[in-house]
Design a protein. Structure first.
Length: 373
């Protein structure tokens, strides 16, 4: 990650590089339990999605399929995996994973972890990522492509040129749900850009600067959210204000105090999922300031007995599986009844002369949000 200001990139509820942020902000502590009310969040299903690592995801326009950008945890091999939003079951396989179309991401190395995934208005798969120079680039995959080795993507740097003219750090641009708009962050303003016409449609000025302020779009792209830390100079003080603006006029519609600056707001605007710490999530009903119980994402540490990828017996070796499952993304269901999280085990394992021993797997989890009474 380049040195610079604290940033958070989201598109359709996407948080880029949360595994990196977990390291940077691991000292954060939150206490949502004191505000727990009648709002319940229940884990309804969990799917093991294998030994590769998810980066980000998006739901298809119908809300039935979750498309996940993944990579080999050890090599720069990127591909798309599709899962049923209702059951978590795999929809495509290794022969239809769009790896050939995504080959360009390999050149960017770790910069590819700033990627944003979406469906464009014409149905094409759109991947916005940063190249090896941290310049934003768009990759489009035809809507009728089958994801085989013959599938090619079309790259363009037109988006990057526009964003670079406004952004202090172009790689931190935030995109809306169909990649037709972006938010570019300068030192003292957020700039909402129309990527189809190449024009600025709104500037939100921040009198105290944009450090400690994180922008995002609503699911339908009709609103802009900004969370602003109360005290960005204190890494243990995470209380923030959430401002909601209408687009394209920039009218301030509402504001709320929230316990974390990292939020994914539900499509109906009623709830926000908050990244409370590197281990926990919570959901708040914004108008009521009603918080759910903390949602534990990590598993308990355990002694390694068997390598999960090859079955090697490790019972005579003193090794511990951390149970850490880094949050990579949150995607709300279209009806706001719940959300899906992507959790990565980050390739935890060891390498020896005989090959790799992997300790855990990445997960896709589905949660339901309900009220008591």
């Amino acid at each position: 990650m380049r040195a610079g200001k604290m940033v958070c990139r989201r598109s359709v509820g996407q948080m880029i590089g949360s595994a990196i942020l977990a390291v940077l902000f691991g000292i954060m502590g939150f206490d949502a339990a004191a505000q727990t009310g009648s709002l319940n969040v229940t884990l309804t299903s969990e799917e093991d999605i294998g030994f590769d690592c998810p980066i980000t995801a998006t739901l298809n326009p119908a809300g039935t399929t979750l498309w996940v950008l993944m990579y080999n945890c050890f090599d720069k091999d990127f591909y798309l995996r599709a899962f049923s939003a209702s059951s978590g079951g795999a929809v495509n396989d290794d022969d239809h994973n769009f790896a050939a179309a995504l080959a360009g991401l390999e050149e960017g190395g770790t910069a590819a972890f700033y990627a944003s995934l979406a469906f464009s208005p014409d149905g094409e798969m759109s991947v916005n990522y940063t190249d090896e120079n941290f310049a934003p680039t768009n990759l489009s995959v035809p809507s009728d492509a089958d994801g085989t080795a013959s599938t090619e993507g079309v790259t363009s740097d037109a988006v990057g040129s526009l964003i670079a003219s406004y952004a202090e750090y172009p790689e931190t641009a935030v995109y809306n749900g169909d990649h037709t708009r972006a938010i570019a962050t300068s030192e003292n303003s957020f700039h909402v850009l129309d990527l189809q016409t190449g024009t600025e449609i709104l500037e939100i000025e921040m009198p105290d600067g944009t450090d400690g302020s994180l922008p995002s779009f609503s699911t339908d792209g009709q609103q802009m959210y900004i969370t602003q830390l109360h005290n960005p100079d204190d890494m243990t003080a995470t209380a923030s204000d959430l401002y909601i603006y209408s687009l394209p006029d920039g009218e301030l519609l509402n504001s709320y105090e929230v316990l974390s600056p990292f939020v994914w707001i539900s499509p109906n605007g009623q709830y926000a999922a908050l990244w409370m710490s590197d281990e926990e999530l919570a959901v708040v009903e914004l108008a009521e300031n009603n918080y759910s119980q903390p949602i534990q994402m990590w598993e308990e540490p355990r002694r390694l007995i068997t390598c999960l990828n090859n079955g090697w017996d490790m019972s005579d070796v003193d090794l511990t599986v951390s149970g850490r499952l880094a949050l990579m993304d949150v995607d709300w269901l279209p009806d706001s009844s719940g959300f899906i999280t992507l959790n990565s085990y980050l390739g935890e394992g060891i390498t020896g002369d005989g090959g790799n021993c992997l300790f855990n797997t990445s997960r896709l989890r589905r949660y339901a949000v309900t009220h008591e009474g």
